[in-house]
Design a protein around this ligand. Sequence first.
Ligand code: TRP
Length: 448
Amino acid sequence: MATRGQFSSKIGFLLAAAGSAVGLGNIWGFPTQAASNGGAAFLLVYLILAFVLAYPALMAELTIGRYARANVVSALSGLHPSATLKRAGFIVGLCALTVAVLILSFYAIVAGWMLAEFLSPAAQLLQWDSGASWLNAQSFSRNALMCGAMSALTIMIIARGVEQGIEAWSTRLMPALFLILLGMIAYVFTQQGALAGLKAYLIPDLSQLGNPSLILSAMGQAFFSLSLGVGTMLIYGSYLRDTDNLPRMGAAVTLLDTGFAFTAGLLILPAIYVAQTKGVTVFNDAGVLIAGPDLIFQVLPALFATMGAAGNWLALAFFALMSIAALTSAISLLEVPVSVAVERWGLSRPLAALFSGGIIFAISLLVIWQFDALFNGVITLTTVYGQPLLGVALCLFAGWVMHRHQLLKELSNGHPEIESTWFWKLWPFYVKFICPALILITFVQSLR
Ligand code: TRP
């Protein structure tokens, strides 16, 4: 077998894993959820859940991945010699693969919208008005073409492999992402109304803490944001070197992801209040904050439109931010089926990328075509049901199917003193019992 790909450095892995985690979920999902759920109250619950629930689950994926050094299907079916457990691992692996494919099929559509909104002000700046308005309006052809363009970029990066593709592009794009975000925050804070937004974000509405749907939304958000449950973190873990300290890497990824979400909130909430100061409608007729797609595609563009010439550049910067964030997340989702196709069917990487990416694009086209019937359904199926249930399964595989000594041996690679750490005293028990139980309780609550 050809040698497997590997991240060439700690920072390469960190930027790639943070690239996967930081995405539309951070810049769009998190701030709007915070805005509609009591600001800092949501932030607080989110931070707690990210470290108490999502971090241990992330560690389960990273540990299984590096131990097995294989794609999600082979990894889970190879953890234990018993035939039943092999079969169970195979089935869970296939489910994870399917959910990854479906998540990418809708994620690529949304990424395509972002690309369109990025190209539209660019066309405007080039004085190509008909192009700008075509890019600006929902249509089958626009959505299909832009989704196709995003899928093509994703396929090209993944075709180049772990080091030249995933790592090289994450290392280029992630710093750019952070700089654009900081630049935009700096600009928004020069505008009237920004401070009111900051207050709404950082001063908690504690009455919201008793709201059970807050915990649920925060858990869903944390799982989506950390890319859990579908084997993306497992496959990235499988490309980590033996000399790297797993608990520390996982903690760094969790910190980068929550830090980025928090920082994105410093842009979006003030921007909403600046928009309101400028007379843009930010609350709907029922007095509820406009938080869904309309926030990104109406409120913010309306805000940019009030800013004259600077507005075009701001729109350009903002949707560049969204497109880049979406791209580094999309590549991690495509790596899940591609690694299966390469390692189990022996396809070459470029062929596997083209083949898996092509199938996913076909599904995206179907969803774009039957949008009303399929789009929300696919999102609910994958993020409300698929991710939490698979998250439980992955914790169970790490906690029950892998032996304690296997876990210890894997974790002590890169961290020889692991046995005397708090992490080792708590985590094995935690993934075995607490994590699956907490996820399940929250999940069952959501069904009522
Ligand atoms: N975490 C990314 C975001 O916040 C999206 C993402 C990438 C993802 N890989 C994933 C979500 C795997 C769920 C599962 O936008």
